[in-house]
Design a protein around this ligand. Structure first.
Ligand code: ARG
Length: 387
C-alpha cells in the first residue's frame, strides 16, 4: 500500500499550528522511544512536508504510538492499564465508503477474537487540506435500532430512535418483524459518495444472550448485548493530524451494559420489570427495590459474558486496575488526566477505590475527540458532513 500523492496546499491552512503540534508529538515520540534514535532529520522532513502540503504522513511507528497515547490520555476511560497492548490497524490508504465498511467488519471479527477481546483501532484516511477524510456516522459499529411505536413507546434502544427513523428515510429496510435488538446498518460518508449504508454481515456481530446464575426466568426476558464496543465517531488527533474515521474498542465493563444500557430509564429501562419478577415491594422507594433489581441485572450480564467466553470485567476489579495504572503513570513521570464523573462506576461507587479521590483534569494530545457535529450525526442521522 502506498500513500496518496499530496497536492500543494490551498492558502488557508494554518501551518504554524500544525508545525507546533507535529514538533511536540515528535519530541514525545523520541522521549518514549529511545530506540528510534535522534529525530532531527525526521523533524526537518516533517516541517518541509507541512510547508508544502499543509499536513504530513506519520510513519507506521508514529501512528501506532500516537494511537496508544491517545488512549492513555483519554480522561474518560477506566480501562487504560492496557494502553500499550492496543493493536493498530494501519488503513490510512482506505478512503472509499465500501472499503471503510469492509474493514470495519473485519475489525469486529478480529477484535472479538473468539471471545478473547483484543483492544484494537483501525485508522482510516486522515483529514488533509486537499481531501477530507471519510466519516462513520454511527456512534459504535454495532448499535441497536429503536422503533417508535404508535403508543409512543420505543421498541429497541431509545437512544437511537431518531437515528433509526432517519436511516429508514434514507432507505434502510428494518427486518420484517422488528425486534428489540436489530443491528443498525453502518453509515459511511465520503466527500465523493455521500452517506452510504451497509448492512453488517452476521458473522461480524457477536452477541451474548443474557441469563442469570440463579433466576431462571431471566432468560425469558430475551435480553442480549453485543460483545465488542467499537466507538466509531470520535476523531483521533496525533501531532496536528486528524483521523475522523478511527474506530477503536476495548472490552466491556459490566456496568456499562447492566447499569446504563439496560438500566437507564431512557434506554432499555429493565429495572421495574426485573423488580416485579423478583417479587420486590415496588410501592415504597425505601425498600431499595431499584438497587436490588439493578444488582441482579448486573450479575446476569457478568455471568452471561463469562459463560459465553467473552471478555468482560466487573467494576471492582477494573477500579483497582485503574489505580495501578495511575501509580505506574506517576512513576513514569507522567500526568494521567481523569474525569471523575466518567471514571467512577454508576453503581456501588463508594465500594470502589476510584470514588475516594480526585484526579488531574487537563487535556493532553494525542487524544480522541467527540466533535459536536459527529455526536449529532450519531444520534440524529445527519446532516451529512459534506453537503
Ligand atoms: N458505554 C458504551 C456502551 O455501553 C461503550 C463505551 C466504551 N466502553 C469500553 N469498555 N471500551 O456501549
Amino acid at each position: 500500500m502506498s500513500r496518496p500523492v499530496p497536492e500543494p496546499i490551498p492558502g488557508s491552512v494554518d501551518t504554524d499550528t500544525v508545525r507546533a503540534a507535529a514538533k511536540e508529538f515528535l519530541e514525545l515520540f523520541q522521549a518514549e522511544n529511545p530506540k528510534a534514535g535522534r529525530m532531527g532529520a525526521r523533524v526537518a522532513a516533517v516541517m518541509r512536508e507541512i510547508d508544502m502540503t499543509g499536513t504530513y504522513w506519520h510513519t507506521a511507528e508514529e501512528l501506532a504510538f500516537g494511537a496508544r497515547v491517545a488512549w492513555r490520555n483519554n480522561a474518560r476511560c477506566i480501562g487504560r492499564l492496557y494502553w500499550r497492548s492496543l493493536q493498530v490497524r494501519d488503513l490510512r490508504t482506505v478512503s472509499d465508503a465500501g472499503g471503510v465498511a469492509g474493514h470495519c467488519f473485519e475489525h469486529l471479527r478480529a477484535a472479538h477474537n473468539g471471545g478473547q477481546i483484543r483492544p484494537m483501532i483501525s485508522v482510516f484516511a486522515p483529514e488533509t487540506p486537499f481531501r477530507p477524510a471519510p466519516r462513520i456516522w454511527n456512534e459504535q459499529l454495532v448499535r441497536y435500532a429503536g422503533y417508535e411505536q404508535p403508543n409512543g413507546r420505543v421498541l429497541g434502544d431509545p437512544r437511537y430512535r431518531s437515528f433509526t427513523s432517519e436511516l429508514i428515510q434514507r432507505g434502510w429496510r428494518p427486518p420484517e418483524l422488528p425486534g428489540a435488538f436489530d443491528v443498525l446498518p453502518l453509515v459511511v460518508e465520503t466527500v465523493e459518495e455521500g452517506p452510504q449504508l451497509f448492512q453488517l454481515p452476521a458473522q461480524a456481530v457477536h452477541e451474548v444472550p443474557l441469563e442469570h446464575p440463579e433466576l431462571a426466568w431471566f432468560a425469558d426476558l430475551d435480553m442480549r448485548w453485543h460483545a465488542v464496543p467499537v466507538i466509531s465517531n470520535n476523531r483521533l488527533v496525533i501531532g496536528g493530524v486528524s483521523y475522523p474515521a478511527a474506530p477503536f474498542n476495548g472490552w466491556y465493563l459490566g456496568t456499562e451494559i447492566g447499569a446504563r444500557n439496560l438500566g437507564d430509564s431512557d434506554r432499555y429501562a429493565l429495572v421495574p420489570e426485573v423488580a416485579e419478577r423478583m417479587g420486590l415491594d415496588t410501592s415504597d422507594e425505601a425498600t431499595l427495590w431499584r438497587d436490588q433489581a439493578l444488582v441482579e441485572i448486573n450479575r446476569a450480564v457478568l455471568h452471561s459474558f463469562r459463560v459465553s467466553g467473552v471478555t468482560i470485567t466487573d467494576h471492582h476489579t477494573e477500579s483497582r486496575r485503574f489505580l495501578i495504572h495511575l501509580e505506574r503513570e506517576e512513576r513514569a513521570g507522567r500526568r494521567c488526566p481523569a474525569d471523575w464523573t466518567w471514571i467512577v462506576p454508576p453503581m456501588s461507587s463508594s465500594q470502589t477505590p476510584v470514588f475516594h479521590r480526585y484526579y488531574d483534569a487537563q487535556n493532553l494530545v494525542p487524544n480522541f475527540f467527540a466533535d459536536p457535529d459527529a455526536i449529532h450525526r450519531a444520534l440524529q442521522g445527519g446532516p451529512p458532513a459534506f453537503l
